[in-house]
Design a protein around this ligand. Sequence first.
Ligand SMILES: Cc1cc2nc3c(=O)[nH]c(=O)nc-3n(C[C@H](O)[C@H](O)[C@H](O)COP(=O)(O)OP(=O)(O)OC[C@H]3O[C@@H](n4cnc5c(N)ncnc54)[C@H](O)[C@@H]3O)c2cc1C
Length: 292
Amino acid sequence: MLPQNRFPPVITEYVNATSLEMALEALADGNGTPLAGGSDLWAQKDNGDGRIGSRLVNLNRIDELRGISVNNGFVRIGALTSISEILENQELAGSVALLPKVADRFASDQIRNVATVGGNIANASPAADFVLPLVALDSEVEICSNGRDPRKQALSEFFTGPGKTILGADELITAVIFKIPQKNFHGVFCKTGPRPALEISLVAMCLTGELHNGILDNSRLVFGAVGPTVICCTNTESLINGSQIDDELVAGALDMMAGEISPITDVRASKWYRTHIARTFLEQELIVCRSK
Ligand SMILES: Cc1cc2nc3c(=O)[nH]c(=O)nc-3n(C[C@H](O)[C@H](O)[C@H](O)COP(=O)(O)OP(=O)(O)OC[C@H]3O[C@@H](n4cnc5c(N)ncnc54)[C@H](O)[C@@H]3O)c2cc1C
């Protein structure tokens, strides 16, 4: 049953776009809603989500939005690339194994086959798994609209609240782009849940950096599901960067991180539990770094 005062949106028009140009035209008046895998969108529609416009714009036939390419030291992942494609991509497995590892913790095979990277970003859930490593990799989102030049936006500045982004109603994410990491790149992704996948994260963490002799440089520490958007713990990163990881540093990093996240209590977990798990993830991964 729908919550009181919420009604399923009325979709009166359907555009099966066969080119990017056709999709952007269909979105130009701000009344269109892009449909990628539909794994979030259908649930929102049934919940009476007000974000859905009257014109559904299916992106699935737009081949130029699919695929992963590596050029001049940069990786470009098309917005319509599925999580399964990331899991199976050999080039990523060699250069950024972190991403296939995240794909391996994502939902089930059925969902991975339809769910897209662009949908994961645009949906702007604080628990969106792919956003964490992509933010940690300093990714940029490529954004297109009808009649204007494409623009790029740092993914870390893309989200403004739960389900909210800087994306205009006439804009489409076309790709996400990041630099191939250095050779001594270290990247880990941790996610709660008793099962290896099929869990919406109660807490997720991504820690990356250049690791040598127990020292992590240029670290990125990003948490999911402990705030209104994914959270970059920049003060904790500064503390970790370039310092020998010993007991004192670990204790300081845990306390600093706990002050940077803002978990809430909801039906899925308490604030206390989320904080405890966040601390456990960070402690565990810093100890791993110390021994490498
Ligand atoms: C059973 C189940 C398990 C799940 N497990 C996980 C999980 O483990 N981890 C996780 O992170 N998520 C999970 N999800 C959520 C969901 O699968 C992901 O967020 C997925 O990546 C959404 O992609 P999609 O292509 O299906 O998006 P859609 O549902 O098609 O779209 C989502 C939103 O993004 C917009 N959109 C889509 N593409 C674009 C674009 N290119 N430009 C602009 N806007 C766009 C749509 O209009 C809509 O508002 C799960 C969902 C289900 C149903």
